[in-house]
Design a protein around this ligand. Structure first.
Ligand code: NAP
Length: 199
């Protein structure tokens, strides 16, 4: 089994790698320090990555950025960070990668708790998360060749508490292993169209 993990080097990506490394051959992708170089904000770069990787059984994306700013201060340009990266970056991976995924394969994208449990300055991230979740639910009913698609929606993980803790006051951080297990369930299980909330 061949699993491509875009964003494998990040906090969430590493958890997916840890859970899957005993089960599959992992190919990591990212802008730096990975088997394959890709920038998900560029369709050209995504096409090149898939040409290089060839057929895979599972596509995972744990990459995706968003700008944090209050709605009253946010510029359209700042909002485009989440649109181009977390939303379209992940959706374009599906559109351009589908032909490379084998029959009965799977796709797992990443969303996040902010779409369900708002905090200040996170509307842009929430927008992207909600868009990805809706895309997954809808795409699941028409993906060809029994290919499945799900998304994992983590809350802040313990490993990211130092970085994000001040934003997530009162949220209970979860172990990143729990998030990794949700990716494993999506890849090795039989469900489709799901949002695996790790809150
Ligand atoms: N950490 C948390 O507590 C948490 C909670 C909820 C949701 N999430 C979501 O989980 C996802 C990953 O978060 P994280 O904390 O693991 O972030 P992270 O540690 O910064 O890792 C992000 C990974 O994605 C890659 N990446 C970033 N932009 C990319 C691009 N344009 N093209 C290709 N690769 C790119 C990075 O590598 P390069 O820089 O080398 O490209 C890195 O490997 C995000 O969508 C985040 O919103 C995280």
């Amino acid at each position: 089994m061949k699993v491509l993990i875009v964003g494998a080097n990040g906090t969430i990506g590493k958890a997916a790698v840890n859970e899957m490394s005993g089960e599959a051959e992992i190919i990591s992708a990212g802008r730096t320090n990975a088997n394959l170089e890709v920038d998900i904000t560029s369709t050209e770069s995504i096409k090149n990555m898939f040409e290089e990787v060839g057929e895979i059984d599972a596509l995972v994306c744990t990459a995706g950025a968003a700008a944090f700013e209050s709605v009253s201060e946010m510029t359209p340009e700042q909002n485009l960070v989440a649109v181009n990266s977390k939303l379209l970056g992940q959706v374009n991976l599906v559109l351009l990668g589908l032909d490379y995924i084998r029959d009965k394969g799977s796709i797992t994208l990443t969303t996040g708790v902010l779409m369900d449990d708002p905090i200040e300055k996170a509307s842009s991230a929430a927008m992207a998360n909600g868009g990805v979740r809706a895309f997954v639910k809808s795409a699941a009913i028409e993906l060809p060749r029994n290919i499945r698609i799900n998304n994992v929606s983590p809350t802040m993980v313990i490993e990211s508490e130092e970085k994000y803790g001040p934003l997530f006051k009162g949220f209970k951080p979860r172990e990143v292993k729990d998030v990794g297990l949700a990716f494993k369930k999506s890849i090795l299980g039989a469900q489709t169209g799901q949002t695996y909330e790790v809150y």
